[in-house]
Ligand binder design. Structure first.
Ligand SMILES: Cc1cc2nc3c(=O)[nH]c(=O)nc-3n(C[C@H](O)[C@H](O)[C@H](O)COP(=O)(O)OP(=O)(O)OC[C@H]3O[C@@H](n4cnc5c(N)ncnc54)[C@H](O)[C@@H]3O)c2cc1C
Length: 557
């Protein structure tokens, strides 16, 4: 079979790439070996775990909140069979949704396991070979197993094995306090398990902000989850009706089931990649540039098999970018505003730099602001005031560097932070924004107001400033009578595009900055319709003139 774009793997990275390629006019084929589309995320990852999170949340509401709000429903009971039916139903609906999207967009699903035969052909088990002009590798990742004696017991399961349980384990040991381990610990504790986490590093969710990790440890402690940090598991032993887990300095804990969640590795072996010249690293995965091109230019790689993030939404975006490039466009992935959701109780969400990362990059020029949920009316009336919102910005010009949140519904709320980071907003811009009252959204504006030393528009703001975008980062100074933004982009399409503002207040010019920067970034990467819309919105800005040395903006406007 011949096609324009062949995609190996039908998870978030792969199915998005196949659909986007088809939308751009390609004959697109997706090769997937599992009986359903959707990959880890839809079948055994994000979707089924979050269906369980929803059950856990319902139990929490019934246990802690309904009575206070005057709703009497009696003692909540977990019906695990029904919870699993609900999980399976959600998974089915979502995986069938992808199959429906394939049909609607004309993507052909070739069922079977694929392997590169040469640089333009994928051989598929049980199906005919697929010949292509371009290919996208999206084979995902697999759960790692450390070499620990006894870990081959059937009672030691990975996340897929835990999701397949038909009974709630009375005692669960979680090996690894990363995101997946903590999410399952949180869920299973609410389902009634006695939960113990063993983590070899000094904090839970090691990559996340220190304050967030500390808050999670504190709340897990209150919920009765036993934590053993900086402890290594050394051995696992069958006891007949369970397991004895050895860790630390001769300590032991007994359990019925052990979740092994020590990380996931890129699935890159046995695909014939090296034979066709694609460079890869067994630990980090396939090497790909910001266009998602591998060392073989017409072969792209996206998602967990080629990524640092191991998140569904980064896989989605990478899939889209790879497909657009395969179809002759010039698209790039920008990783500045990647949301980091963690669906524990309490939830955690971050975007941009953590405080430690910010201090590493900016030294003492870092300020933070914190707003506790206990001061938010909506959180109070929801009986859920655990946690806070924290903003991290550089202190001289107020550029927002990161937002970290712990608390109710923060995995939804973080989107406002993503937009702010993506638009290179200052903390002042965030503080200036209005949020409906009473809502949880007010939390973001309030922490920004609390943390900014630059006052809101009109009052004590500096009268004039200059802003320069160098290497993709906005820097502002108060040194001139006009506001000037210079984009020194490295790409071939934008060089020294500038916007000059005059005759109006600095805050108004400052507000123009994110829109302009966003437009430059989008336009420089790819001639997409939204770029034109964003540029047009600059044109209609009443008091902003544009000056474009190389004529680029004139063309768009
Ligand atoms: C328990 C758990 C919970 C998670 N929760 C979240 C979450 O809440 N939010 C989030 O953003 N991320 C979450 N993730 C991570 C997310 O699932 C992954 O980042 C995402 O699925 C990666 O997408 P992908 O397309 O790269 O790979 P995958 O989703 O793994 O898809 C790869 C596909 O390729 C197929 N394949 C592999 N090799 C071949 C071959 N040779 N031939 C044919 N087909 C092949 C596989 O069968 C699979 O369907 C979670 C992961 C787990 C394990």
């Amino acid at each position: 079979m011949d096609c324009d774009v062949a995609v190996l793997g039908g998870g978030p990275g792969g199915y998005t790439a196949a659909i986007r390629a088809a939308q751009l006019g390609a004959k697109a084929v997706c090769i997937e070996k599992e009986p359903e589309l959707g990959g880890t995320c839809l079948r055994v990852g994000c979707i089924p775990t979050k269906a369980w999170v929803q059950t856990a949340f319902a139990i929490k509401e019934a246990e802690e909140t309904f009575g206070k709000l005057g709703v009497q429903v009696g003692e909540p009971q977990l019906d695990f069979g029904t919870a699993n039916q609900w999980k399976d139903q959600v998974v089915k609906q979502m995986t069938q949704g992808v199959a429906g999207l394939f049909k609607a967009n004309g993507v052909e699903w070739v069922k079977g396991e694929g392997r590169f035969k040469d640089a333009n052909t994928i051989a598929v088990d049980g199906a005919e070979d697929v010949s292509f002009r371009s290919a996208v590798v999206a084979t995902g990742s697999f759960p790692l197993r450390p070499p620990i004696e006894g870990l081959d017991s059937v009672r030691c399961v990975d996340s897929t094995g835990l999701l397949a349980q038909s009974q709630v384990p009375r005692r669960l040991v979680v090996l690894g306090g990363g995101i997946i381990g903590c999410e399952f610990a949180s869920i299973l504790r609410r389902f009634g398990s006695e939960v113990t986490i063993i983590e070899m590093l000094p904090k839970l969710i090691p990559m996340e902000d220190d304050d967030a990790a500390a808050e999670l440890s504190k709340q897990f402690g209150k919920r009765g989850i036993a934590l053993h940090l900086e402890k290594q598991c050394t051995k696992v032993e069958e006891t007949g009706d369970g397991l004895r887990v050895y860790f630390g300095d001769g300590e032991t804990v007994e359990c019925d089931l052990m979740l092994v969640s020590v990380g996931r590795g890129p699935l890159v072996e046995g695909l014939g990649l090296e034979e066709i010249g694609v460079e890869l690293d067994r630990r980090k995965g396939i090497a790909a540039d910001e266009h998602r091109r591998t060392t073989v230019p017409h072969v792209y790689a996206v998602g967990d098999c080629a990524g640092y993030w191991q998140l569904a939404h980064t896989a989605f975006r990478e899939g889209e970018v790879a497909a657009e490039n395969a179809m002759g466009h010039e698209a790039v992935v920008d990783n500045r505003g990647v949301p980091r959701p963690i669906y524990t109780d309490p939830e955690i969400a971050g975007v941009g730099l953590t405080e430690a990362e910010a201090r590493e990059q900016y030294g003492d020029d870092v300020a933070t602001g914190m707003f506790p949920w206990v001061a938010n009316a909506r959180a109070v009336m929801q009986n859920d005031t655990t946690g806070w919102v924290k903003s991290i910005h550089e202190a001289r010009y107020g550029e927002l560097l990161g937002i970290v949140m712990v608390g109710p519904h923060v995995t939804d709320l973080i989107e406002a932070g993503v937009v702010a980071l993506d638009a290179e907003a200052t903390v002042e811009t965030v503080a200036d924004g209005m949020a409906a009252h009473p809502t949880l959204s007010e939390g973001q504006g309030r922490q920004a107001t609390a943390s900014t030393s630059i006052s809101k528009s009109g009052s004590k703001s500096p009268a004039t400033w200059t802003s320069e975008l160098v290497g993709g980062r906005a820097v502002s100074t108060n040194s001139s009578r006009t506001a000037r933004i210079v984009c020194k982009s490295e790409t071939s399409t934008t060089k020294n595009v500038s916007l000059t503002t005059s005759g109006h207040s600095a805050p108004a010019a400052r507000r123009a900055l994110p829109t302009f920067v966003k437009a430059i970034r989008v336009c420089s990467s790819q001639p997409r319709p939204e770029a034109i819309v964003r540029s047009a919105s600059i044109a209609t800005w009443p008091d902003v003139q544009t000056r474009v040395p190389d004529g680029m903006l004139t063309t768009w406007l």
